[in-house]
Design a protein around this ligand. Structure first.
Ligand code: SAM
Length: 248
């Protein structure tokens, strides 16, 4: 399966969701200036730089020195070094690294799948967000992985992903776990959050044949399909990732 096909359509849905969440954080706080945003596991800063370019202050917390060095190069190139701070650390240590209740928005994308203790990571996120602050969680979904492996003819891996308690496709799967809507929402709620919206991303992008995705006019059609599917509870089960919006 070509991983990059249709990616722009999927990332448009996610970026629209993140911008909505930033707007909601403004509404809840009654402020309209720059928000204080934490991007935990923000890696090389692809999302942090886009958020900072909107005028917000972003702290990226990540354990990888290499990722943080790349982030610093990227922010310097974008002229955003003053708005983006890199902090080396673990998601579960957030409360020791950042002031309690100081953040308006916390982004946690692609992280709960790889940390030792996702429940502890979300409890730490809760501690650094102010009351009324917003949490943005992006997690990989297991049903999409099963489907993708079947379509690729990798039936043993599909069976493993379906039957394994953590929905890994084998012992060498780089992800430690995958989620679905219920398990992701349960985790957020157990940490004290209220889930306010759920969107599916990459519902069709990883499935559409490359030749179809690249055909003239199809990028726009795919964007439209992704945008409509994002909010459909029926199609969300098929999405590669789920984006949860939650309120502290
Ligand atoms: C799949 S990448 C996601 C990067 C970025 N958030 C994104 O959406 O593109 C996972 C990131 O989580 C970071 N990570 C791994 N273990 C972590 C931990 N225990 N606490 C915080 N971040 C962690 C990795 O260094 C990496 O940057």
């Amino acid at each position: 399966m070509a991983k990059e096909r249709g990616r722009p359509a999927a990332s448009t849905v996610l970026w629209d969701g993140v911008q909505q969440l930033l707007a909601d954080a403004h509404g809840a706080g009654g402020a309209d200036g720059p928000l204080s945003v934490v991007d935990v596991g923000g890696g090389t800063g692809g999302l942090a730089v886009r958020v900072a370019a909107l005028g917000h202050r972003v702290v990226v917390v990540d354990p990888s020195p290499d990722a943080l060095a790349a982030l610093q190069r990227r922010t310097a190139e974008a002229g955003l070094s003053e708005r983006v701070r890199a902090v080396q650390g673990d998601a579960t240590e957030l409360a020791a690294l950042l002031p309690a209740g100081g953040a308006d928005v916390l982004l946690c994308h692609g992280v709960l799948e790889v940390v030792d203790d996702p429940a502890a990571a979300l409890r730490a996120a809760h501690a650094v967000l102010r009351p009324g602050g917003r949490l943005s969680v992006l997690v990989a979904q297991w049903p999409a992985t099963v489907l993708a492996r079947v379509l690729a003819g990798q039936l043993p891996q599909a069976l493993h992903a379906l039957s394994d308690a953590e929905h890994r496709w084998s012992g060498t799967d780089p992800l430690r776990r995958r989620f679905d809507r219920a398990s992701a929402a349960r985790l957020a709620e157990a940490a004290g959050f209220t889930v306010t919206a759920v969107e599916g991303t990459r519902t069709f992008s990883d499935l559409v044949p490359a030749a179809c995705a690249e055909a003239e006019g199809h990028a726009g059609l795919l964007r439209e399909l992704e945008a409509l599917a994002a909010r459909s509870p029926e199609l969300q089960a098929l999405a590669g990732h789920l984006h949860l919006h939650a309120l502290r």
